[in-house]
Ligand binder design. Structure first.
Ligand code: SAH
Length: 354
């Protein structure tokens, strides 16, 4: 596979342009074009000779939207195809204040969580920083008409969540580079406050992230209140204890001043009785955190069942009564395979059948 220009920061791109014997202002034209989601060939302000020189080493189109699915609630889901044919998925959720895009950081995943479709075939490969960024660039380009007239810098995607396929902290260096590039001024320029990173709890990397000076929203997938139960659905629990995760979260708060979040997916017969709610309150009471309860998106390859609506609200009630800040996440895009990895898994299965 060729390299991709979207991996480069503005300074790196400028160095490349000069190295190739072009004038410095070409770097700005190139960067602006890329940040608008254009292919190399699609940037009209550059000479044909320069573009051909770039194409000797760099991919013209690192990612393209292979399929778009529309949910009845306005949510969109995409199947992205990379230059090597690998597929990942992404979701765009439309809110009044802007669009939130859920991005993937790996093709597949090696964490092995029992409820998750992304991990069914294991990890295929890491995505590079520019491949992650490109998911946003092409979605912005697709929706550019919606922000027309709002000024030159306006972008459709205002918020980003790293909650698609993959474990972001298992692809640390590329994810960090992505975070630096996506927050950089003059580019897509999404504020760290509008970015959430979700991890299954890779403790040493949580400390490392806290020290980077990027004040994003850190979210930990908890899904259980003791290590033994957690290990039943999340193999990573055998490596890192809940107590260690909580210490790392407190360190994150100390370093960034940002409260942190927990995701808790409600699985019937596993983690959503009153005793679990009590244990969760016990564990998190007084901490600067918020709990997001999620209804399980049932994955057909797995036999785990979602809790009913009534029980989900009852569980939320217990948490609130116990003094926790918590919400039950609105279920969106269920008709289009909302959960991580479901779309890719079903697409791969279908194409196998064909
Ligand atoms: N690897 C990261 C981010 C990707 S998953 C992590 O573990 O946090 C994003 C969130 O979706 C996690 O909380 C994950 O546990 C949850 N999730 C995965 N599959 C799900 C499913 N089928 N139903 C509900 N939530 C799911």
């Amino acid at each position: 596979m060729k390299k991709i220009l979207q991996d480069l920061s503005y300074a790196e791109l400028e160095a490349l342009v000069l190295e190739l014997g072009e004038k410095k202002f070409r770097a700005k034209q190139l960067y602006d074009g890329l940040m608008q989601g254009k292919t190399i060939l699609g940037i009209t302000s550059l000479s044909k000779a320069f573009k051909e020189r770039l194409l000797e080493e760099y991919e013209n189109e690192p990612v393209r939207i292979k399929e778009t699915y529309q949910s009845s609630d306005g949510t969109e889901k995409y199947l992205f195809e990379y230059a090597d044919g690998n597929l990942v998925e992404g979701v765009l959720m439309k809110y009044k204040y802007g669009y939130t895009q859920c991005v993937s950081t790996q093709v597949g995943c090696r964490m092995g969580c029992k409820f998750c479709a992304s991990t069914l075939g294991g990890l295929i490969r890491n995505l590079t920083a520019g491949e992650i960024l490109s998911q946003i660039l092409v979605v912005n380009a697709l929706h550019k008409a919606e922000v027309a007239g709002q000024g030159k810098e306006a972008r459709a995607v205002t918020n980003v969540v790293l909650m698609g396929s993959g474990e972001p902290l298992d692809n640390y260096d590329e994810v960090l580079k992505f975070l630096r590039n996506v927050t950089a001024e003059g580019g897509v320029c999404i504020s760290a406050r509008n970015i959430s990173l979700s991890t299954c709890g890779i403790v040493p990397k949580m400390y490392k992230l806290a020290d980077e000076g990027i004040a994003l929203n850190l979210t930990v997938s908890l899904h259980a209140t003791d290590d033994e139960s957690r290990a039943r659905t999340m193999p990573v629990a055998k490596a890192y204890k809940i107590s260690e995760i909580l210490k790392a979260c407190d360190y994150y708060f100390k370093k960034t001043g940002r409260r942190y979040y927990f995701e808790y997916t409600l699985i019937e017969g596993e983690n959503c009785d009153e005793e679990h709610a009590r244990a969760l309150v016990q564990l998190l009471k007084g901490k600067p955190c918020h709990v997001n309860l999620i209804r399980l998106n049932e994955v057909k390859e797995r036999d785990l069942k979602s809790t009913g609506d009534k029980d989900a609200y009852r569980f939320l009630g217990y948490l609130e009564k116990g003094g926790l800040s918590a919400t039950l996440r609105r279920q969106i895009g269920v008709d289009i395979g909302g959960a991580c990895g479901q779309l890719r898994a079903s697409y791969l299965e279908e194409t196998k059948r064909v």
